[in-house]
Design a protein around this ligand. Sequence first.
Ligand code: SAM
Length: 270
Amino acid sequence: MSYKFYIVATPIGNLSDISMRAVEILRSVDYIACEDTRVTRILTEKYRIKAKLIDCHKFNEKEKSRKILDLLNEDKKVALVSDAGTPCISDPGSTLIKTLYENDVKITSIPGACAVTTFLSLVPRDCEEYAFIGFIPRIKKQQFDILNKYKYTNCVFYESPNRLMDTLLNIQELFGEEKKIAVARELTKVFEEVKIDEVKNIIKYYSENTLKGEIVALVYAKDEREESDDFIMDKINILKEEGYSPKDISKIISKLYNINKNKVYKMVID
Ligand code: SAM
């Protein structure tokens, strides 16, 4: 089947991580829409790709979508790439794709590198399920909200190196210093590094070592059984034996396990 528009995954670091089909398609199209022509030119020069580059980023996507539609109506073939990995995954492109669907353009996607899937294939996990939240919000309250929302799922996110330390401290505050996490830097590149440990150890490691490059991270899921009422009741009983007041017990338990204080208080009294 022949298509007029191709979404093409490109490498996330190592320039050899591109499929033969992706190169063939990029060589066959008339135009390549890309985020930054300087980045994409490195790839087109390496693979002797002659297509003209159109810059299409989040600030001009709407206007460029119309231009690309005009080119397609003139029977030109167009591909979309991003600076790294799979377009439209935490990257611009969705406005363009929406426009193409609305105008019945036949499109297809050429799979390839993606930081999330590369990372997930590399770190140990007990279950298949995960939540990918893209770039984690910068504001602490928003981080707490989203991490809480997905606390029973392995939660994967992108983060920049200069914000990672704050985010790790927030994870530690929210889930405790023993919370298990995984952090990968510079996947597929010379300085690739993966750390899987309790958050306190990762904070220590990055306060003593360089924290640069591109980052993808995972907060491991909380085991739901941890919070079952029996589990909480055991902890309440220990504190009761130690002579803590119901008020203090509910304060401590709710803080430790992030449970509603009134619910714990009721359990203590009951
Ligand atoms: N579309 C891309 C994909 O398929 O993964 C992601 C684009 S998003 C704008 C860029 C972010 O992805 C980076 O800030 C970083 O968090 C993550 N990322 C990209 N390349 C990476 C790499 N080589 N190692 C680790 N994380 C990477």
